[in-house]
Design a protein around this ligand. Sequence first.
Ligand code: SAH
Length: 338
Amino acid sequence: MKNIYGIKRTDLEEYFLSINEKKFKALQVFEWLYEKRASSFDEMSNIKKDIRDKLKADFSTYLITIKRKQEDKLTKKYLFELSDKNYVEAVLMEHDYGVSVCVSSEVGCNMGCAFCESGRLKKVRNLESYEMVEQILLIEKDISQRISSVVVMGIGEPLDNYANLMDFIKIINDAKGIAIGARHITVSTCGLIPKIMSLSEEQFQINLAISLHAPNNKIRNMLMPVNKVYSIEDLITAIREYIARTNRRVTIEYVMLDSVNDSLENANELADLLHGLNVYVNLIPYNETNHLEFKKSNKETIMKFYDVLKKRRINVTIRKEFGSKIDAACGQLRSKEV
Ligand code: SAH
């Protein structure tokens, strides 16, 4: 049975038409689910009982559950239990402009990036779109507050779960759904070029972030196996094409690894690579993990790298560190218990 939280409004309209009902009922159901936050079809009092019964027979309202929560000052990490007893995590971060949530897109990940803890668990399966939507619903309920932005940067490679990701985005972006503006939704990818091209043809204005992490193939091959399939030159060409088609600025993520990719020469190579592209670079202080030998670059090295990019007129920022005390930092979203 399909879960109602994974159904787009347009699909629900089609469903109602298919059972000879008016399609505006889809809007009513959405208002109950996402405005009034009803938890069952029985609560939907302006929908006739026989239709409610039909909905109950056709759609599940099952919710994933919060198994555990850890918090520090500005960050909360949620461990979710899925119906098949798999686990994923999401992280909430408080900013001065509102709260953002980092959601997972898969159980495990197959991309195998050398520095990333999340990928130590191989991909078990895709997350269904309802499982992504419910991460947000449950967090909003927990904090009694609306979430202002969503980044798909938790466990998994979102573009490797493309169809479910698209449904998820359409549901949370729907003004009658969770109503998060497209410009407040960011998808991060390790660089699956064909899917980046598909994304460039979608009719929404979300943000794309590319995990580049290296200025050349030699280093990138070492860090990210995906680079052996899609080389850095091809990736840059794809980004250029994406920007041309969407007219959107792309974020380049670059995790700073001590003595691996953080030299001034690397900074200059990166500036050469990105020259003339409408991108901005986010330098990410590496979060060290127990299992992996990589170390974070020291602060001065990061600053010098930053200065080179600035001088070369590349837009660049250094990412604020969140949640490292509660293992909620980038790449650490993998519970110790499961
Ligand atoms: N698969 C997607 C999204 C998940 S990873 C992607 O590759 O973009 C989210 C981001 O965290 C990626 O940029 C990833 O490279 C980065 N990351 C992974 N482990 C990290 C760590 N230990 N410290 C800092 N960033 C890390």
